[in-house]
Design a protein around this ligand. Structure first.
Ligand SMILES: CC(C)(COP(=O)(O)OP(=O)(O)OC[C@H]1O[C@@H](n2cnc3c(N)ncnc32)[C@H](O)[C@@H]1OP(=O)(O)O)[C@@H](O)C(=O)NCCC(=O)NCCS
Length: 332
């Protein structure tokens, strides 16, 4: 069974409330109908109920039983505005601005999650990554023990000898452009947690990637990866983790034997940590476009799960992302 099938099954096992701020968007409405029909989540669509119902009728989507909330006239709005004011007062938030933002579906949705009226949030069919991330970072903030929000891709490779039966976790490919050594260490620890919680990988094996293996090259960029590995070992002493490693030493047992003998993860890594966003983003797209792998993205490190879609997403992509969010919410 593929990873997404496993995640769908887990989502159905404990139904979570997932808010979709882009509730008037036709693909989102169709996805909500499927999620409700298949019992994968309890979707909440934000927007004008009249417009949502009209769009659903036009697409032939049955949204019976899907919760519809119009932020502009919702009874929760004053309480959400008060929470927003309290949270962001020191950053210059005013009563007037908080009142205005509480009607914005993205802020309303994030506040629902913060206040426990929803278990998670998915958006991005219309908005950019930054539009969703900023309110989530400001309002939901990070999990205890983590200072950093980053992303992980679940990469399902054709070659089942790689990682865990062909499944690899790549991180970070979306959020932190140029991590410090300490930030890289936090990314590594979060990615291992994602491997456990979302993918059921019992023993994450984390490789911090570089163009050098164990001192084969000297450069300040290599030093940063090595330092990140040391910090990560202090943060999570029981985690199987090593770095710096080249990609082939991380994945291929024969190469690991030559380049990194005795490493606890070389040749068997299932979590790959990229040194910066350029390499991470290019890396996952290479495996997808040239290697024919499937890749599914989630955010990690937020206190409660919020996830982003690509603007070119399909209805199925939205359903899958909601299911991943639901499983993260089960573990939050
Ligand atoms: C994540 C991102 C949107 C943050 O934007 P930003 O302009 O740096 O936002 P700000 O600096 O105003 O930060 C907003 C708040 O979030 C916090 N924050 C920013 N990045 C954070 C992170 N990765 N983890 C935790 N908190 C973070 C800031 O400390 C700030 O908190 P505060 O307002 O309470 O002080 C930005 O890093 C980004 O655009 N990343 C790349 C995303 C992207 O384009 N990816 C493309 C690949 S698909």
């Amino acid at each position: 069974m593929g990873i997404i099938e496993q995640i769908r099954q887990k989502a159905a096992g404990q139904v979570m409330r997932i808010v979709l701020p882009e509730g008037e968007e036709p693909r989102t409405i169709e996805a909500a109908a499927i999620l409700r029909r298949e019992g994968l989540a309890r979707p909440i669509l934000l927007g004008s109920p009249d417009r949502i119902r009209a769009a659903a009728a036009e697409r032939g989507a049955d949204i019976t039983g899907v919760d519809l909330i119009d932020p502009a006239c919702a009874p929760q709005r004053p309480a959400y505005a008060a929470e927003l004011l309290e949270l962001r007062r020191a950053k210059g938030m005013t009563q007037e601005k908080a009142d205005e933002l509480s009607a914005d579906p993205m802020y309303f949705g994030v506040l629902m999650v913060r206040l426990g009226d929803a278990d998670g949030l998915v958006s991005g069919a219309l908005h950019s990554t930054g539009d969703m991330l900023r309110p989530a970072l400001q309002i939901i903030r990070t999990k205890p023990g983590t200072r950093l929000v980053s992303s992980a891709f679940l990469v399902e490779c054709r070659d089942k000898s790689l990682g865990q039966d062909g499944l690899l976790i790549f991180s970070d490919c979306v959020v932190v452009p140029c991590p410090t050594a300490e930030e890289l260490a936090h990314i590594a620890v979060s990615a291992a947690q994602t491997a456990k919680d979302l993918c059921g990988i019992r023993e994450p094996k984390v490789a911090l990637l570089s163009f050098s293996t164990k001192g084969s090259a000297s450069h300040e960029l290599v030093d940063k990866v090595r330092e990140a590995a040391q910090i990560a070992r202090r943060l999570a002493p029981d985690l199987a983790l090593d770095g710096e490693l080249q990609l082939d030493a991380a994945l291929v047992p024969e190469v690991a034997q030559i380049k990194a003998k005795g490493s606890p993860v070389a040749g068997a890594a299932n979590v790959l940590i990229f040194p910066d966003l350029q390499s991470g983003n290019i890396g996952y797209k290479l495996t997808q476009r040239i290697g024919g792998a499937q890749a599914f993205a989630v955010l990690q490190g937020l206190a409660r799960p919020c996830n982003d879609l690509s603007r070119g997403c399909s209805v199925e992509d939205i359903v899958n992302t909601v299911c991943m969010t639901a499983v993260q919410a089960q573990n939050a």
